[in-house]
Design a binder for this molecule. Structure first.
Ligand code: C3B
Length: 839
């Protein structure tokens, strides 16, 4: 769309003071102004939500100034830009994070207090955009924070799901899903940009033709066209002026559809078509590490990818940059295979829309994309049946066949006479029903391929992408994940933040390695006692919160043993449950036994269609019912499944943990990021040598980490040798007692059927080797219990954990991406007085 020229006689509008000022009086005035003019309320009739909205707009005004300056600077400089394509962005609440990044947290808190309001209560009013399932979506959000903080020009591209991840309720111990209506009260953080909408085609057929220069061209005649409308959210950086953009696409019906149907008098038909188009961005698929192969999911993927690429072409045009320089202007990161159709779509746009020839287009494509793999689990690897793919994206299928033809030729040259290799590596799986293999397309179409932790990258090269690592060794790099210390320490743990800053200054929030300076205080009893007191106070706060929500008393002096993450068999929440039952059995056998009091807290959602995961939730709740009520336990054990785990809730949980459960079967968890958040906040980890646990152990030292279990190598060897879980059941009496007690119906009111599927699975398959790791886990937990009794030692260990987690800042991860993959340069933003109009 053409921008309107500003007439020279236009009066100058200065945007200042009430919309930019950061002092307390201005903030108060601005807040009341927004309450009046945006919410249409005066204090006597305003609700807490009105106050929240007024504050959000007050903060947004301040962001806008930075946002506009940033956009203008990037545009003028034609700055090289990172485009992070992700089907999920699990942003969490915006308000607190923006206050931290703008450096006005304390001032705003004070301003609210002076107006008789409580900032913490206002935070509670924010509906978080739950546009992600777990680790992958939250990682994308941490990366946006770091990109802005490192002053790197970037755009996060994704989908504006109308319904994000479902809300979780627990009824009779079972998970119940409730739709997430996060937009119900409006979203003050986004701005619709209908002027930048694009059209996305689906279905139909292709027609070859010869253009006026005699070149072979293809026309795609779709049978459906949908509009994508961008909604932009400003992404502030920490104490810099940079403010980047998260651009999420919403699907809407095209006007032409409505017109055609209206003219034909088919009103309800038109409305139906409209609804059908809009379903594309209706709901987030609630699976983590699992692909369902649904048509709508592929539509979602293509929809946001096509919108985003078209948007990049619009930006190129506006900045007067030639199409041939696409890859110089943009570097595109594919967050898992979900946006991988972008490889074919960029080829199509370059060739069919801009008339470029194949080789040139392919060289641009392969200079543009880089692919991050997030999982080795076979059930998470995306493949689309050719028939489905071809009917939705006929042109893209042709392009993929052509990419494959070139690719297979390259393999033949590098590895002559190796038919097996050709069929293993082909973009098309032809072993039965034919499929497009999205990970293969991503590998071929990208110049860099990365895993998300050292072990994961190693296993990728050894296993899942072994052939690709042989073909393109130079493409493989590791980028260990990281998390933002702004949200997960500065915002979530203000007490710890104050203590640290009082000793080493505040630079660590930007340079997390500075936390190492805390090491010199490990023998300072005063400091250690403050460190310990803070943990205790936070545990008390969580206990109060739990009391309010569940009417359960948990003792802040007990060891807070927490496992919060998606519920998945490979993450082994049920191994944790076996430990609880072990301790319970010990108490039942000897009620006076001396054990360290513990509070077991669980949080996490199960995919609605994942029966075993839901049964694990039921098992935990059933154990909790018995253990928490048994008088023999005398409150030494408490078990609680905390419902509806979210980013907002996670922020309360990480700082309150003593023990972080990172107990996945070795070789299954690509990285984990919760493990980093717990460790930064001074929890000790009990964990296997899996994902980033390996690197956490390396950083904090083996003496400050509770390690147990088989290694990834031992797991494969055990499986190859024919693993039989019953060998463990029959030789470990404690394990046998635990399993027998669950099977007997002890935790299910005598019902021996309820947990049978879970128990049978463990007894006869045990794919995730719970039985093989049981003894090592229990012994390790016994060491945890004993260590906790020595509070001086424990505090020393936790302090060293916090001090040594600098590596796990997402700033380090993003710097790795910049140095090894993106090669972008920071652009610093001057905050000029914004003047609109005049000359
Ligand atoms: C997750 C992995 O399971 C985690 O180990 C990893 O830390 C994060 O990604 C971020 O890299 N993951 C996910 O949440 N969803 C998937 N579909 C695949 C991986």
């Amino acid at each position: 769309m053409q921008t309107a020229p500003i007439p020279p006689e236009c009066p100058t509008v200065r945007v200042e003071d009430d919309r930019t000022g950061l002092d307390i009086e201005t903030l108060k005035r601005a807040f009341l102004d927004n309450l009046f003019y945006i919410q249409g309320k005066f204090p006597e009739i305003a609700t807490q939500n009105d106050y929240y909205m007024a504050l959000a707009y007050t903060v947004r005004d301040r962001l806008f100034r930075r946002w506009l300056n940033t956009a203008e600077t990037y545009s003028k400089q034609g700055a090289r830009t990172v485009c992070y394509l992700s089907a999920e962005f699990l942003m969490g609440p915006h308000l607190g994070n923006n206050l931290i990044n703008l450096g006005i947290f304390d001032t705003v808190k004070q301003a609210m207090t002076e107006l008789g309001l409580d900032l913490d209560e206002l935070f509670e009013k924010e509906e978080e955009p739950g546009l992600g399932n777990g680790g992958l979506g939250r990682l994308a959000a941490c990366y946006l924070d770091s990109l802005a903080s490192l002053e790197t020009p970037s755009i996060g591209y994704g989908i504006r799901y109308e319904f994000g991840i479902f809300d979780q309720d627990i009824k009779d111990g079972w998970q119940v899903e409730v739709t997430d209506k996060w937009l119900r009260f409006g979203n003050p953080w986004e701005v619709a940009r209908p002027e930048w909408e694009v059209e996305v085609k689906f279905g139909g057929h292709t027609q070859a033709f010869t253009d006026e220069h005699g070149n072979y061209r293809v026309l795609w005649v779709p049978d459906k066209v949908v509009r994508g409308v961008p909604y932009d959210t400003p992404i502030s950086g920490y104490k810099v002026n940079s403010c980047n953009t998260l651009r999420l696409w919403a699907a809407e019906a095209t006007d032409s559809f409505d017109f055609d149907a209206f003219n034909a008098g088919d009103y309800s038909g038109a409305v139906f078509k409209k609804m059908e188009s809009e379903t594309i961005s209706k709901v987030l698929y609630p699976n983590d590490n699992m692909t369902q192969g649904k048509i709508l999911r592929l539509e979602q993927q293509f929809f946001f990818v096509s919108c985003s690429l078209q948007d990049m072409f619009r930006i190129l045009k506006r900045q007067n940059i030639a199409i041939e320089r696409f890859h110089e202007k943009f570097t595109i990161q594919l967050n898992d295979t979900h946006p991988t159709i972008a490889v074919a779509e960029l080829m199509r746009l370059l060739m069919d829309e801009y008339g470029m020839e194949w080789d040139k287009a392919w060289s641009i494509v392969t200079s543009t994309f880089a692919y991050t793999n997030h999982t080795l689990l076979p059930e998470a690897l995306e493949r689309w049946p050719i028939s489905l793919f071809g009917s939705m994206l006929p042109r893209h299928l042709e392009i993929i066949y052509e990419i494959n033809r070139h690719f297979l030729d390259d393999i033949r040259i590098k590895f002559p006479d190796d038919l097996d290799r050709l069929s293993r590596m082909s973009l098309i799986d032809e072993s039965g029903e034919r499929y497009v293999r999205m990970a293969h397309l991503a590998c071929v179409g990208s110049h860099a391929i990365n895993g998300v932790a050292a072990l994961h990258t190693k296993l990728l090269k050894q296993d899942v992408l072994h052939d690709f690592a042989e073909m393109y060794p130079e493409k493989f790099v590791n980028v260990t994940n990281g998390v933002t210390p702004r949200r997960f320490v500065a915002l979530s743990n203000p007490r710890l933040t104050r203590l640290i800053t009082s000793k080493i200054g505040g630079n660590w929030i930007k340079h997390l390695d500075d936390l190492r300076q805390l090491e010199k205080y490990v023998d300072d009893t005063g400091f250690c006692s403050e460190f310990r007191t803070i943990k205790h106070e936070i545990k008390q706060d969580l206990s109060n919160y739990i009391k309010g929500l569940y009417d359960i008393n948990v003792d802040p002096n007990s060891l807070f043993d927490i496992q919060s993450k998606r519920i998945h068999e490979y993450k082994r929440q049920h191994l944790n449950a076996l430990h609880i039952v072990t301790l319970y059995n010990r108490i039942k056998a000897n009620p006076d036994i001396d054990i360290t009091p513990r509070t077991f807290l669980f949080g996490g959602k199960a995919a609605p269609g994942y029966y075993m995961a839901k049964l694990i939730i039921k098992l935990i709740n059933s154990i909790a019912d018995v253990v928490n009520r048994d008088p023999d336990v005398r409150d030494r054990l408490k078990v609680l499944f905390m419902k509806d785990y979210s980013v907002k809730f996670a922020q309360r949980v990480y700082p309150a943990a003593d023990l972080s459960e990172q107990i996945s079967t070795a070789g299954k968890e690509a990285s984990g990021t919760g493990n980093m958040k717990f460790a930064m906040n001074g929890a000790l980890t009990i964990g296997t040598l899996d994902g980033a646990n390996v690197e956490i152990l390396e950083e904090v030292g083996a003496e400050n980490f509770f390690l147990f279990g088989l290694t990834a190598e031992e797991v494969s060897q055990k499986k190859a040798a024919g693993y039989n879980p019953q060998d463990f059941y029959s030789t470990d009496p404690e394990l046998k007692l635990v399993i027998d007690r669950i099977s007997s119906g002890f935790f299910s009111h005598g019902d021996t059927e309820l947990f049978k599927p879970l128990i049978d699975d463990l007894m006869y398959h045990d794919q995730y080797l719970l039985f093989a790791d049981y003894r090592s886990y229990i012994d390790c937990q016994d060491r945890v219990g004993l260590t906790y009794r020595d509070q001086d030692l424990w505090t020393r260990m936790t302090l060293l954990n916090t001090a040594r987690t600098g590596k796990f800042s997402s700033d380090r991860s993003i710097q790795d991406y910049i140095d090894n993959i993106w090669h972008t340069k920071p652009v610093s933003i001057d905050l000029k007085e914004y003047v609109q109009g005049g000359s």
